[in-house]
Design a protein around this ligand. Sequence first.
Ligand code: FES
Ligand code: FE2
Length: 457
Amino acid sequence: MNKPVSIDIEELSEPLTFPVEAYLSRDYADAEGDRLWARVWQHAGRVEEIPQVGDFITYNVGADSIVIVRTTPETIKAYHNVCSHRGRQLVDTPAGQHSACGTRKQFVCGFHGWRYDLEGKCTFKLDEMDWKGALTDERTRLPGVRVDTWGGWIFINMDPACVPLREYLEPAASILDPFSFEQMRYKWRQWVIFDCNWKAAIEAFMEPYHVEGTHSQLLAYGQYYAYSKAHRLHGVSGFDERDPALKMKQSSTITRAGKGKDPRVSTYELQNEIYTTVNNASTTETLVNAAKRLVDELPEGTPAPEVIKHWLAAAKADDAARGVIWPTISPEQMAEAGLAWSIFPNMSILQGVTFALCYRARPYGDDTSKCIFESYAIERYPAGQEPKTQWVYSEPNAEKWGKVLTQDFSNMAAVQRGMKSRGFRGTLPNPHQERKVTNFHRVLSAYMGTGTPKRLR
Ligand code: FES
Ligand SMILES: [Fe+2]
C-alpha cells in the first residue's frame, strides 16, 4: 500500500537546480506510471460533461484509461476501462480524439459481448456455466477508481488508499473556494499533441517570468515581475506591488489595468489585448465592453484606483442585468488567490471573478517526448445560455489558439530538444519568480523517490 506523500509549505528561496532525467529518461517515465499517476488525484473532466444518468467520459493518462459515469442524479462513479474477461478496453477512444464520451444504459464489451451495468457489475457473461460457478460478481465487476469533485471538476485517483480529494487540494481548495468555479461552464476546449514531455508543457504556464522573452508585445502594458509561492503540493504566482523584491528591479512599476498615462484608455487597451490574443479568454466580453466605455463615463484625469473601481462596478452591473451574479470575494481573498495556480501534478488555473483559463498536460502513450496538452476557458453564463462545447483537436497556430498561446507553444519542442543537449547542466529555475516550478519538482521527487532539487551553491 502506498503511503500518502506529505509536503509542507517551504520557502524555496535558495537557488536550486534539478537534472533533466524527469523529462527524458525512459525508466523515469515508466516509474511515473506507478509512482505518480497511479497515486495522485488528477482532474479528469468537468461535472457539466455528464449531466444525465448514463452520461460518461473516458480519461486516458499514459497506459491507463478510466471510465467516468453518472450513475444517479447525485452520483458519479469511475472504473478502470478494461473488460474483466480477457482485458479488452471496454470503451474505445474514437480515432482523432483523446477521449470518448456518450450516454449508455450499460457497457458492452466489443470482443465477446460481456455486459456491465452503470454500477460496474458484470450482468452478462456468455456461456457462464462453462466456468462452473467460479465467476463471482466480485471477480468480474469493473475495478473501481476513486472519484470526487471540487469546483465543478471531476478528479480521479487510482490509489484506493489515497487521502481524500479535499485534503490533497488544500490549501488551494480553501483559497479558491470563493471563486465558486462550479458555477462556471466551458466556453471552449481545445487540445493538441506537443513534441515535449508533459512537464515541459505544463511548466511553461507556471510562471510569468517568460513574458519578457516570449510575449514581448505585452510589455507595452507594464512589466511582469511576479511572486511565486509554494502551497504544499501546489503553488501560486501573482503580482504584488508590495513585493520587496520588486525594489531590486530597475523599472519597478507594475503596470496592470488602470496604469499608464490615461488609465481609462490603458485599462481598455490591456483588456482588449488579452481578449483578442488569448483566444477570448483570461477576461470576459463584459469586462472588455465595460472598459471600452470608461472614456465616455469618466472625466479625463480620473485617478487609476477610481477608474478600476468604476470599471469593475460597471461590469458587475452589466453582468447582473443579464443574469450573471458575481460571487462576493473580499480584497484580501483576491490578493491571497493571486493570479495563477498549479495544482499538482498537471493542472493550471488562471482565475478571475467570472472566468478561468485552464491548462492540463499529460503523457501521450509511452513516449517521453510527447504529451497531450489541453487548454480551456470556463466562464459564468446566464442559466440556459451556456455554450455547447466539445474537445476539439486544434493545430498549434494563432488562428486556432490566439497569438499569446501560440507564442507559448513555440517553446515546447525546443525545450525538449535543448534538454537533450550534452551541454545542458540542469535547470536553473528563478529562486523568486519560478518557485512553483521548483516546488513542482520537489513534490514530484517525493512521489518518485528520487533526489530533490539541489542547492546551487
Ligand atoms: S474481453 Fe470483453 S468480453 Fe471478452
Ligand atoms: Fe505565456
